[in-house]
Write a protein that binds this ligand. Structure first.
Ligand code: PEP
Ligand code: MG
Length: 877
């Protein structure tokens, strides 16, 4: 039997093979094919990773055989041999998933070194210091990544020796210092593992590959995947590449660079490098690197060659590239290229300018910006006025723009905990590491004392759109004492500070923020998105203020106006309660008469704000007890106010109690019991529309929506009330007015009988919040408590209340669309559940042929771009 191919040499792949080779592997193959200087190696495929998990976390024999074959080939072309003393081959082992997951998985460098090959390396390079520096790095990385021994324990040894030798930088350590460190590291390893540091290079290699596969499932990778919609079954590939050395003296170095500035989008080569260093020194933020332009003076030929190749890579990939390179004794090598992560501002500028440069089309530009990122542009900036009087206490690198204000916390756990308690938090760390991911997600802003523009903190915050200041060496952090000091001032845990991620300024106080502007690149790009998309974007808004906000963000109408929110207003609640506590229809009508003018005013405000745009108003939905107090003290107060006895009111409150309110007396079930509520609301809607039509001349077609329908007859019952009242008001007013009556589809039975429902409904709006909870059978209010266990146990990978479950709930939606159209081919279709603002769900809505999505105002731009992307991908069926 011919075995499946699990291992690919770099010259056997190409950029299109991302799924199999991972992003890094596919691009290494592509660069090899382009004839670029890439140290040779091979990729163990993502299929091998999947197999590894299928086989119970074991590397299959056939995979091992293919690894050894590829290794033999690399040995042949490099003329070096793994484990050879005369000419040792050393390799790096790195993870590389389909989508880039910066810092989320693990890398091992200098693999192949042992007590003998280190001597070989010394003789070969005539550089003892270099050889032992490489060895001590390898022991440290292997121990940390493969064996899980804490890195800190190795750093402590390094610091001790540095202190003893009275030196500040690692580069000042001599060969004999490093030899001493290696010895100490090995003792530590033996103590921790109960066995010697492995001396057999092939054993090292297989252990390392296994560790990378295992790291696909480490907790920080799992969290990152959930945040970035990356499925767990993709797996990671592993790249094994022959080493080149940036730590071979002053004509060697290593760096990371972007073809454009990832923070601002400016078109200049941007990056950092370190002379005489290895890769992890730059990204780990341990030494603060130099800007790449310095390389022009230090190594001018390499710089020229680098810039030329970088520009070619950008043209080839038609996107901004993020590259890692190493210079070994004056010779340049590319170790990696990928489409670079960037801030939202940069993404927009780059996309627009690439269209203007003729490099890409407008349609291609749509795919260069992640819709979720737009969110960060809509958030407030510091008020200029307040900023003028604010005191800059320190300055760091402007790593990720935006304004953040919050209380200082020094650990990811504290930041997360206080965020969950409702505080705005700023995470302050010496440097961040991938373990900090949850604290970083919780933080408004991140401040680090060490690290450059490409440090972990910088890269991850830019990806998340979170404000970040890195490398702020003005501050001295004492993480144990939970303080940081600037000059002689001390800031403690819980103190307020503010960060400006665009300037790098740190302020020792809270600063007010203001709304951002929606012009420039943002405006231009979003106009292109609007030209391209087919799906309309409406908003969920209950007040004129939200409606106006949404229009500024580009909303084309209101898809859901929830009327209950208006009833909670201080002026209204007494009349609402009077209505609920009425014993007769007559009393109820009296209370509703009080509400009518207020409700009419609400709708006038909304119609005026929306001008000629369509507005869907939904009849009252929640169960009535939500409007009544529950605690005895509050019941007593209300009883007094309403002239009732405590006992009487308490009895009513108890009689309205429901065991499962989400499935209780709510939605269209209310007007079935109390038609007069629907009558009042219909009258208010129609009178408001007529008023605004007369006053402003807007062409208003009220869309009245009935919630929670599950049966045609109940829909017809409520619709008849609406039509009777609407026609009555229109006749009273003597004016022409068209209106529509439609329904939410949010009960599975409504979806299943959508062909019948469509006989009476002129439009469907998918209420996927309720539809999700009723389909899964768990309540949206309680699911949060146990969904985490489902993620941990890998039963679910995402929250179905945020991202539509296309397999189950989506099947009901698709079915309802088809059934609805069978009865009423021109039925108007939209979605108004939370999913209307989630990019993957928007794409689904486009594909199944909905007319619009409706989402909260802040997510309108996200939905506009997601809709344009869906059109570009064009899978409408
Ligand atoms: C829904 O159920 O999706 C919906 C929009 O209604 P609500 O969230 O108000 O129940
Ligand atoms: Mg609902």
């Amino acid at each position: 039997m011919v075995s499946r191919k699990y291992v690919y040499l770099f010259n056997e792949g190409n950029a299109a093979m991302k799924n199999l080779l991972g992003g890094k592997g596919a691009n290494l193959a592509e660069m090899t094919n382009l004839g670029m200087p890439v140290p040779q190696g091979f990729t163990v495929s993502t299929e091998a990773c999947t197999k590894y998990y299928e086989d119970g976390k074991e590397l299959a024999k056939e995979v091992i055989v293919q690894i050894y074959e590829a290794l033999a080939y690399i040995e042949q072309i490099t003329g070096k041999k793994l484990g050879s003393i005369q000419n040792p081959l050393l390799v790096s082992v790195r993870s590389g998933a389909r989508a880039s997951m910066p810092g989320m998985m693990d890398t091992i460098l200098n693999l192949g070194l042992n007590d003998k090959t280190v001597e070989g390396l010394k003789n070969l390079t005539n550089n003892e210091r270099f050889a032992y520096d490489s060895y001590r790095r390898f022991i440290q990385m292997f121990s940390d990544v493969v064996m899980g021994i804490e890195k800190r324990k190795f750093e402590d040894i390094l610091d001790e020796v540095k202190e003893l030798k009275r030196v500040k930088f690692d580069t000042e350590l001599t060969a004999s210092d490093l030899k001493d460190i290696v010895k100490k590291y090995k003792v530590l390893y033996e103590k921790e593992m109960g066995k010697e540091f492995p001396q057999e290079p092939k054993e090292q290699l297989l252990e390392a590959i296994t560790a990378v596969f295992s790291s696909w499932d480490n907790p920080r990778a799992v969290v990152y995947r959930r945040l970035n919609d990356i499925p767990g079954d993709w797996g990671t590939a592993v790249n094994v590449q022959s080493m080149v050395f940036g730590n071979m003296g002053d004509t060697s170095g290593t760096g990371v660079a972007f073809t454009r500035n990832p923070a601002t989008g400016e078109k200049v080569i941007f990056g950092e490098y370190l002379i005489n260093a290895q890769g992890e020194d730059v990204v780990a933020g341990i030494r603060t690197p130099h800007p790449i332009s310095r390389m022009q003076q230090d190594l001018p030929d390499c710089y020229k060659q680098f810039v030329e190749m970088a520009e070619n890579l950008e043209k080839h990939y038609k996107d901004m590239q993020d590259m890692e390179f190493t210079i070994e004794q004056g010779k340049l090598y590319f170790l990696q290229t990928r489409n670079g992560k960037r801030t939202a501002q940069a993404a927009l500028k780059i996309a627009v300018e690439m269209v203007e440069e003729g490099l890409i089309s407008k349609k291609e530009a749509m795919l260069k910006v992640d819709p979720k990122q737009l969110d960060s542009l809509l958030h407030p900036k510091f008020s200029e006025k307040e900023l003028k009087s604010a005191q800059v206490i320190a300055k760091g690198l402007p790593a990720s723009p935006g304004a953040a204000c919050g209380k200082v916390y020094f650990t990811a756990e504290e930041a997360k905990m206080h965020h969950e308690q409702g505080e705005k938090v700023i995470l302050v760390r010496r440097e961040t590491s991938p373990e900090d991911i949850e604290g970083m997600v919780a933080a408004e802003g991140i401040l680090t004392a060490r690290g450059g523009m490409t440090s972990h903190a910088a890269v991850v915050s830019r990806g998340m759109g979170t404000c970040c200041i890195a490398g702020c060496s003005d501050i001295r952090i004492n993480e144990d004492a939970k303080i940081f000091e600037v000059g002689d001032k001390v800031y403690q845990e819980g103190d307020y500070i503010s960060l400006d991620g665009s300037t790098g300024n740190v302020y020792g106080e809270a600063i007010k923020t203001v709304e951002p502007e929606m012009s420039g690149y943002f405006g231009k790009f979003m106009n292109w998105a609007d030209e391209i998309r087919a799906l309309k974007v409406r908003t969920n808004a209950d007040t004129p203020r939200d409606a106006e906000q949404a229009i500024r963000y580009g909303a084309e109408g209101i898809g859901l106006c929830r009327t209950e929110h208006m009833f909670f207003d201080e002026d209204r609640i007494p009349a609402v309660r009077e209505m609920i506590l009425s014993k007769t229809e007559e009393q109820r009508r009296k209370a509703l008469d009080k509400l009518l003018p207020m409700q009419k005013e609400d709708f006038i405000g909304i119609y005026e704000a929306m001008e000629n745009r369509p507005v869907t108003i939904r009849l009252l939905d929640p169960p009535l007890h939500e409007f009544l107090p529950q605690a005895d003290k509050d019941v007593r107060d209300l009883a007094k106010e309403m002239g009732l006895s405590f006992g009487e009111l308490k009895t009513t409150v108890e009689s309205l109690h429901e065991f499962n309110p989400m499935m209780g007396h709510r939605g269209c079930r209310l007007p079935v019991s109390y038609p007069e509520i629907a009558e009042m609301q219909t009258r208010a809607i129609i009178e408001a529309a007529i008023h605004v039509k007369r006053e402003k001349g807007y062409d208003i077609v009220p869309e009245i929506m009935i919630p929670l329908v599950g049966e045609l007859k109940e829909l017809k019952f409520v619709k008849d009330i609406i039509v009777r009242i609407a026609d009555e008001v229109i006749a009273e007013e003597g004016i022409e007015l068209k209106y529509m009556v439609g329904t939410m589809i949010e009960i599975p039975r409504a979806a299943l009988t959508a062909d019948q429902i469509a006989k009476e409904a002129e439009f469907f709006s998918f209420g996927t919040n309720d539809l999700t909870q009723m389909t899964f059978g768990f309540s949206r209010d309680d699911a949060g408590k146990f969904l985490k266990d489902y993620y941990d146990k890998k039963i679910y990978e995402f929250d179905p209340f945020q991202k539509l479950d296309q397999v189950g709930v989506g099947k009901l939606v698709t079915m309802a669309v088809e059934l609805g159209k069978m009865t009423r081919p021109d039925i108007h279709l939209g979605i108004c559940g939370e999913h209307g603002g989630d990019p993957s769900s928007v794409e689904f809505c486009h594909n199944i042929g909905l007319d619009y999505v409706s989402c909260s105002p802040f997510r309108v731009p996200v939905a506009r771009l997601a809709a344009a992307q869906a059109q570009v991908k064009n899978k409408r069926y």
